[in-house]
Every structure is written in structure tokens, then in C-alpha cells.
Design a protein around this ligand. Structure first.
Ligand code: ADP
Ligand code: MG
Ligand code: ZN
Length: 729
């Protein structure tokens, strides 16, 4: 049979040129479509094998195939690997010199080059256009075609000019390829390239082997370390927003025994390449990176992708998580989420044009909905990319594994759909919610929506609740987004049917992420927050402290202060190192008092079968920031405290606070040289007597005590440091 023969022939070519035995997914139909000269639009997830879709036809067809690609670095990569197959592929971009360009043109003219990778900027040059016009071109492939659309996440203005440039080259088939395109972006691309009639090949975006999870950004470092310990020895990528964070986390991981390297645009190119290679060659387990990492890298066994910060868009999130489990085996995708991150991201856009800012805001809002939604993550992601996931429980995301409590939402959905209809299907989520809740803002009034029957029908529930109802109605396909008008919601057929004949719909409430907080605020807030320590162990530790204090004739706080005990009762340190990582402890104190505490905790952990104490211990490398190190050194050299304060531009009070922090975390400081100048022996003794007999080391209490009437707050604070340094540290 002819068909079978043809099929075989294509496979033979695949084997001949690329060495693969079989096509994957949609590759074969796509390739056949291109071979028959049709305009083709390919949407295929990252890693599925888009390149082959144009590379093989390029080899089979007569003439030169032009490949437009946005990244010069990737271009070189692809050309190198094609050359390795013995395929004559070349690139044309701004990195070539005159002689190279002349040589390249000659080779293109004599027909020996089969694939030419071009950056849109280079294609835009008159001289390149006029030379390409003389050459027989088989087709043009536009890779990363989502860059055309300003509604997408990676808009590149020069991509919008592609159509005009191509028009100058004459008629030829166009193939556009992308891994991320929402239905709106897809339409935008086709319109811009004037290929609305193109054959569209959409592969499923479902990555069945990936597990999706979103957690509140809270005690994030501890959560991260625990997660990594659970995935010890496996390869993974951790994405952070800033270079600074990348460096910080990479260091944190190394201190905690993981082999991790940083990766960001601020590193020297050699370092960056080395770090990437080390990751690919498994010299290191983990790359901590800004989003610059991963484009075009092809490591099949990445076992986890962590978003330490919230990504800018679901497109980005999907692409980045897509780097996990390419081999079809385990891939865990964990995102830490907080509202604060969204605010930060929004601030990054403040210098952009109004339109760009608005587009970026819409992308962020989708991110917010995704993170807070109770609906299956997979269902949401696929819905976002225009694909329906038929199941309601995928079994491989946090919302499915730990479903939130459901309630009968039939009435709520009915109200939402009614409101959509009564406002003529011309408004977005926020407006519809305002109408339902009876919010009389200018907008609602100006449309006369206060007069609608549905107005204020849902005033018992709050804004977030109704937004969530609307979002769930969207994902369950009672509503759809109007592709032409951003944000506008319309009823689907299913939605219309439902209004006529309602059936029971179950909804769930959104996650509450209000407890997630910003890292920088975290340590400050930790002190204020109600703590979730092990109260029983805390009591055990307190009584041990009391007993030890009695034996030594010291007040208990000298041994360890309450916050330290609370932390011990949270993280169960059972080794000296772990104990030293507790705030306010430090190695000095561990050696002095730690042994008994470690023993007690060990026993407690065993008796109560507490899983793994070590799991959540985070060692911080930056316990001593630069300023602290400076202060310690200066005090060692007996430099006057006023001088130290002046050198660091601190007030005396602030210097004292720094000194106290150093002292409270277990470092011995000898301030005698200074204290002896300001307090005579008798006074020092009086304050010492106060502290040794006091139940607490609070300065307020000390000030209130009449025995201290003659002393200033500074005197007391200095003496407290001396006292703690002598007895506690
Ligand atoms: P995409 O551009 O869609 O992200 P690539 O084109 O870079 O993906 O391909 C990803 C990987 O899949 C590459 O390592 C490629 O060699 C491999 N690949 C593509 N097609 C096949 C195939 N038919 N059989 C085996 N491997 C393939
Ligand atoms: Mg690609
Ligand atoms: Zn799910």
C-alpha cells in the first residue's frame, strides 16, 4: 500500500537524519502538513519535540528553511547540535562579522545550507532581505511564536514585524510553533501572521507525571530544607525572583549539606556556563536560578522544580515546572505563594507603558487565582491553555490529594450566571461581583445596574467569595472568557442549560493565604505570632532549665531564654549542630549547656515517635552579618563603643541592640574595658546582684525595680550583656 510505504519512508528519513526510531505525539501529522505546503500552527508543550517538526521537513524539501528564533544563545545551541548530526544548519545574527556573513551568503546561494536560524532583528535588515529574496526558500518556521502576542508573557515587539518582513520574501508556507498559548494568544498570533486558515495542531498540555503544590510562604527556608531532605540526592531547580535571593538560597543550601549552585544573569559567563554544566553532569544536585535558567536545557531527570517566589505568569510557571520529569518519571512542582510577592512583581512594572502594565497585571491576577483556588491544579492549568481536563480529581495535586471541604454552590452559581446575563454579558468578574454584592460604585451606577433584579442578591457573602464562585464557574465551564474583549465573561452552552434546568454544583472555598508573609518581615513577625511549638516538650525543657539553673545558682534565663526553648520545641534539635542553629544558642552555649537538652529532646522524640527532628532544622550561614562581625572584632580590640557606633553610623542605642543580639545568640563579648569607664565597681556589683536574683532579664522590669533607681537604661543594658556573657555564653 502506498500510504504504508510513505509512512515508512518518513520514518526512514527520521532515522537517517536524526537517528530516532519513532515520531512522538503530533510530530508526524505536523510534518506531513508542512510537507504538503500548508500553513501550520503547532502548540506543543516544552520538551515535546517541536524542533523536529521543522527540522525534518527542512531536510526533505528543496531549498532553504528559515527558522526565526528569539534567543541568540539558543540559536547557536541548536545549530551546533544539528551540525553534530551532519546537517548543514547555520545562523545569521548580530554576532557574525562581515567575512562570516559573506561566506554564509555564498553557501546559502549554492544551496548547501538547509536550515538558517535568524533573529527577527537580523531579518529586518534590508541587506538580508534582498539576499534572501534571491534564494529558494522551502518554508519559514517561527519558533517561540507566542513572542508575537502582547497578551502573552514574553512579548517581543520585533516579532510583530515578522509578517511584513516575510511579505517581502514572497509566498511560502509558514509554520508557527509555541509551547505556551492561551486561546487569546493563539488567536492573536494567527491574526498577526495572517494565517487564520492554518491547520492547528494542539497537543495536550497535561503532564501526567507532574505533581503540583502551592504552599503559603511562611517559614519558607525551613519548609524548603525539609522538602529537599525528602528529595535528597535528586536533581532539582529552585527559581527565585532576584539575583540576591538566588545567591542567598544557594548559600543556605550549601551550608545545609546540599550541593547547589547559583545561576543568574549577573554571574560571569564562565561561572554561569560552569554551573549549568555541573548541573547537567550531576556534579551538583540543585540549581538555584532566576528564570534565565532552563530555556533550551534538556535534562530529562529533573525531579523537582521549586518556585521560591511567585512567578510572573501561569505561562512562565507552566514552562518552568515543565522542566521537571521530562523522562516521564517523578516530577514535583512546589510553589511558595504570598500576596506580597504579587505586589512586588507589580512594582517591577511601574516603568512600563499603561498597556503593558495592564497586561502584566492581568497575568498576575491569573497567577493569584490559580494559587488561591481550591480547584484541581491540573484542571486549572489546562483550562488556562484552552484545554478541558475531564476529571475533577487528578490525584496528583495538593487540591486533589487534600481536597477542601465542599458546599452546595448551586444557588451561588445561579446568582453569578444570572448577574452575567442581566448585565448583557459585557462585563468582567469584578463588575459582576460588585453587582451581586450591591456595591454602588460609580461604574455600577452609571450603567444603571443598581436597578437590576440581581443587584445585591448576594450581599451576605464577601468579595473574595463571589470572585471564587465566578472563577470556579469558569473552570467548570459554565462561563467562558470572551476572546475578543479581555476580561469579559459570557455564558457557555452548559451555562445556559444550567440556568434553564439547574443541577447540584459543589464548590469549595479558596485557600486563605493571609498568613503567608514576606521573608524579610518573617523574623520580626515570628516573635509576635502565636507559636505552634510543642507545648509538652516546652514544659519539659523549662523544668530542665530550672533544675540546671538551681544547680548552678543562676537565674534560668541565663541558660536559655524562652524563645530559644520554644524553637527547640518546634524543631527538635538532636545534634550539637542543630542545637547551635537555634536562635539565641550558638556553639558556645551548646558546649556549656547543650548536652543535657539534646539528651532530653532525643528521648522525647523517641518516646513520642516524632518523625525526624533533623528534617526541619535550617542552618543559617549568615548568622553573623557583616556588621555583627565588625562589632565583634572591634570589641575584641577594645575599641570604644562610641567609636564603633560612629564608624557604622549607628546611634549608641542601636549599637547596643546589635551587641545584645550578638550576645543573645550565644557569643561571648567582653565589654569590661568600656563598662569599667562608665560604672565603678560598686555600681557594677549592685546591678549584677539584681540580675542574679531576678526571675527575668527584662530591662523594663529592671528599670522599674527600685534597687536600680540610680541607673540608666544604658547602664542596665550594658551590665546585662556583661552578665550574660559571663554566665550564659
Ligand atoms: P521543544 O522545542 O518542544 O521544547 P525540542 O525540540 O527541544 O523540544 O526537543 C526536546 C527533546 O526531545 C530533544 O532532546 C530532542 O532530541 C528529543 N526528541 C524530539 N523528537 C524526538 C523523537 N521523535 N524521538 C526521540 N527524541 C526526540
Ligand atoms: Mg524549542
Ligand atoms: Zn488535581
Amino acid at each position: 500500500m502506498i500510504v504504508a510505504e510513505e509512512q515508512d519512508e518518513l520514518k526512514v528519513k527520521l532515522k537517517e537524519f536524526f537517528g530516532y526510531g519513532n515520531f512522538r505525539g503530533n510530530q508526524e501529522p505536523v510534518i506531513r502538513n508542512i510537507l504538503s505546503g500548508r500553513n501550520t500552527f503547532v502548540i506543543m508543550p516544552t520538551g515535546a519535540g517541536k524542533s523536529l517538526c521543522y527540522q525534518l521537513p527542512a531536510m526533505i524539501l528543496d531549498g532553504l528553511a528559515i527558522v526565526i528564533s528569539p534567543l541568540i544563545a539558543l540559536m547557536k545551541n541548536q545549530v551546533d547540535s544539528l551540525n553534530a548530526y551532519g546537517i548543514n544548519a547555520r545562523f545569521l545574527n548580530s554576532t557574525l562579522n562581515k567575512a562570516e556573513i559573506t561566506q554564509l551568503r555564498k553557501e546559502c546561494a549554492n544551496g548547501s545550507v538547509k536550515l538558517l536560524y535568524v533573529a527577527p532583528e537580523s531579518l529586518n535588515k534590508e541587506e538580508n532581505i534582498s539576499f534572501l529574496r534571491k534564494i529558494k526558500i522551502s518554508f519559514v518556521a517561527i519558533d517561540e511564536a507566542h513572542c508575537i502576542s502582547e497578551w502573552g508573557h514574553d512579548f517581543r515587539p520585533e516579532y510583530r514585524k515578522i509578517k511584513t518582513m516575510l511579505a517581502q520574501l514572497g509566498q511560502m508556507p509558514v509554520i508557527a510553533l509555541t509551547a505556551t498559548a492561551t486561546p487569546k494568544v493563539q488567536l492573536d498570533i494567527q491574526k498577526n501572521l495572517q494565517m487564520e486558515e492554518a491547520d492547528v495542531f494542539i497537543s495536550s498540555f497535561n503532564r501526567v507525571n507532574l505533581f503540583y503544590e502551592v504552599r503559603p510562604k511562611k517559614e519558607t527556608k525551613k519548609q524548603l530544607i525539609k522538602f529537599l531532605k525528602d528529595h535528597k540526592g535528586k536533581s532539582g531547580i529552585i527559581y527565585c525572583l532576584s539575583r540576591k535571593k538566588v545567591e542567598e538560597i544557594a548559600q543556605l543550601l550549601n551550608v545545609n549539606g546540599f550541593k547547589a549552585v547559583p545561576y543568574h544573569a549577573g554571574l560571569d559567563p564562565e561561572v554561569r556556563v560552569k554551573n549549568q554544566d555541573d548541573f547537567l553532569n550531576e556534579e551538583v544536585e540543585i540549581v538555584v536560578a532566576t528564570i534565565a535558567f532552563g530555556m533550551g536545557i534538556d535534562k530529562p531527570d529533573v525531579r523537582f522544580v521549586v518556585h521560591y517566589d511567585v512567578p510572573k505568569s501561569l505561562e512562565g510557571y507552566y514552562q518552568e515546572t515543565g522542566r521537571a520529569g521530562r523522562d516521564g518519571l517523578e516530577g514535583v512542582c512546589l510553589m511558595f505563594y504570598s500576596h506580597n510577592d504579587l505586589n512586588k512583581l507589580e512594582k517591577f512594572n511601574k516603568d512600563k507603558s499603561v498597556q503593558e502594565r495592564e497586561n502584566a497585571r492581568i497575568l498576575l491576577q491569573e497567577m493569584e487565582f490559580y494559587a488561591e483556588s481550591p480547584v484541581c491544579r491540573r484542571k486549572q492549568l489546562l483550562h488556562y491553555f484552552g484545554e478541558e481536563y475531564p476529571e475533577n480529581n487528578c490525584g496528583a495535586c495538593d487540591n486533589c490529594v487534600n481536597p477542601r471541604e465542599r458546599f452546595d454552590g448551586t444557588e451561588h452559581v445561579k446568582i453569578f450566571l444570572e448577574a452575567t446575563v442581566q448585565t448583557s454579558e459585557r462585563f468582567g468578574l469584578n463588575h459582576i461581583v460588585n453587582v451581586i454584592r450591591g456595591v454602588e460604585d460609580e461604574y455600577v451606577k452609571s450603567y444603571g445596574h443598581t436597578e437590576l433584579k440581581i443587584f445585591s442578591k448576594g450581599d451576605q457573602e464577601d468579595n473574595d467569595f463571589w470572585k471564587s464562585v465566578g472563577r470556579q464557574a469558569l473552570i467548570y465551564q459554565y462561563l467562558e472568557k470572551d476572546i475578543e474583549n479581555v476580561g469579559v465573561l459570557k455564558l457557555t452552552q452548559k451555562g445556559k442549560k444550567f440556568l434553564v434546568k439547574p443541577h447540584r454544583i459543589e464548590l469549595a472555598r479558596d485557600h486563605d493565604f493571609t498568613t503567608a508573609i514576606d521573608e524579610e518581615e518573617e523574623s520580626a513577625e515570628r516573635a509576635v505570632q502565636a507559636k505552634s511549638y510543642d507545648a509538652k516538650l516546652f514544659e519539659v525543657l523549662k523544668s530542665l532549665r530550672k533544675q540546671m539553673a538551681r544547680e548552678r545558682n543562676l537565674p534560668p534565663y541565663v541558660i536559655f531564654q524562652d524563645p530559644s526553648l520554644e524553637e527547640m520545641a518546634t524543631i527538635y534539635p538532636t545534634t550539637k549542630e542543630e542545637m547551635a542553629s537555634v536562635n539565641g544558642v550558638g556553639m558556645g552555649k551548646v558546649n556549656k549547656f547543650g548536652k543535657e537538652f539534646i539528651e532530653v529532646i532525643q528521648k522525647y522524640v523517641e518516646e513520642n515517635e516524632i518523625e525526624t527532628a533533623a528534617d526541619v532544622v535550617v542552618k543559617t550561614s549568615v548568622n553573623k552579618s557583616n556588621i555583627k562581625v565588625f562589632i565583634i572584632q572591634q570589641i575584641d580590640r577594645k575599641v570604644d563603643l562610641d567609636e564603633i557606633a560612629a564608624a557604622k553610623n549607628l546611634s549608641f542605642g542601636n549599637l547596643l541592640t546589635e551587641i545584645e543580639n550578638i550576645c543573645f545568640s550565644g557569643t561571648k563579648l567582653n565589654l569590661d574595658y568600656y563598662i569599667d569607664q562608665v560604672l565603678d565597681e560598686e555600681k557594677q556589683e549592685a546591678i549584677h546582684d539584681y540580675f542574679i536574683n531576678s526571675e527575668s532579664d527584662s530591662i523594663e522590669e529592671a528599670l522599674a525595680d527600685e534597687s536600680n533607681a540610680d541607673f540608666s537604661e544604658e547602664d542596665l543594658r550594658l551590665m546585662r550583656v556583661k552578665f550574660l556573657s559571663e554566665y550564659a555564653n
